[in-house]
Design a protein. Structure first.
Length: 309
């Protein structure tokens, strides 16, 4: 497995437009993450769309990468679905409308970055959404995002986001991105499937709780904390280190990895890295938000068990 710098060198040889092929399939390790140097070198490429992911447009107006557009994170999902679940994948026609208004079409080369802090899980959620729409092969995350860009002394600019010409976008839905409740329920202990919890280890163990969410984790699930996948600059850790985290969590070669968290945001980061490592990955979009609504489903709470002993 190659290192990210070596992969970035290969990606730098690929023109932005060359990756915008017939929709469908998923991104490869060579394209899923691009370096700040790649973006600087390809900033003027035809069909390139650079999206700054966030929820506060004022942060974008204060400082952003030149040529990028502010992308409202909430356009990538349903804030409250008809089933009462938060952050669920929207129907494809709605997603097509939401993304097309940012100038994205079927021939776009898309680069995503986050504006502030290390909320890379939001950016990964947008990546997953585009992957589900069939645009994964032509979408990348900027390794390190705004923090790395600024640390390297690269230029930034201010002002409101431009209004792009809407793109012509017809998604082709991928059926191998989202896992539903029944799938997870039926594969809790299945050989060849490994369910992974993306949350903080103290949440996974049940020591820390969130109101309205059952403490602990789905029975039998392993744990890979999504924020451990990146370093202090928000850059993806070396491939060998990432692979060890998955192996230590019980993932075997050839396994299908199913990720979950509270509502499907943190787990999107874990999904993205699972794909990067070459695993057949799925996101359990309902996550603990849905699992909690079914008290008959098994949950393990190691912290509570230890307190009783």
């Amino acid at each position: 497995m190659g290192s990210l710098p070596a992969i970035a060198a290969l990606a730098a040889l690929i023109p932005a437009g060359a990756l915008a092929a017939t929709c469908g399939g998923h991104g490869a390790r060579e394209t899923m993450f691009v370096t700040t140097q790649w973006l600087a070198d390809h900033a003027k490429d035809k069909n390139l769309v650079v999206l700054a992911v966030g929820t506060d447009e004022k942060a974008f107006e204060a400082e952003h990468i030149p040529g990028s557009l502010f992308f409202n994170y909430h356009d990538s999902h349903d804030m409250k679905s008809p089933t009462g679940l938060a952050v669920e994948l929207l129907p494809m026609p709605d997603l097509a409308k939401n993304f097309a208004k940012y100038g994205i079409g079927n021939d776009s080369r898309i680069v995503l970055y986050y504006l502030t802090n290390l909320w890379w899980s939001q950016t990964a959620r947008v990546y997953l959404t585009l992957d589900a729409m069939g645009l994964g092969p032509q979408t990348s995350l900027l390794d390190g995002s705004m923090k790395a860009w600024k640390a390297e002394g690269r230029p930034t600019t201010t002002g409101p986001t431009p209004t792009p010409t809407p793109g012509k976008l017809e998604p082709c839905a991928q059926t191998d991105v989202i896992a539903n409740l029944d799938y997870v329920k039926n594969h809790l202990h299945s050989a060849g499937t490994r369910i992974l919890d993306a949350r903080d280890p103290k949440v996974y163990s049940g020591e820390n709780e969130r109101a309205g969410i059952s403490a602990g984790h789905i029975e039998g699930a392993g744990n890979v904390f999504y924020n451990n996948l990146v370093d202090d600059l928000g850059k993806l850790k070396p491939t060998g280190d990432l692979q060890k985290m998955f192996t230590d969590a019980g993932v075997k070669t050839g396994d299908r990895v199913v990720t979950y968290c509270f509502i499907g945001q943190q787990a999107s980061a874990l999904y993205t890295v699972a794909r990067y490592l070459g695993y057949d990955a799925r996101l359990y979009d309902g996550s603990m938000d849905e699992w909690t609504k079914h008290p008959e489903l098994p949950i393990e709470n190691p912290y509570k068990k230890a307190q009783r002993q």
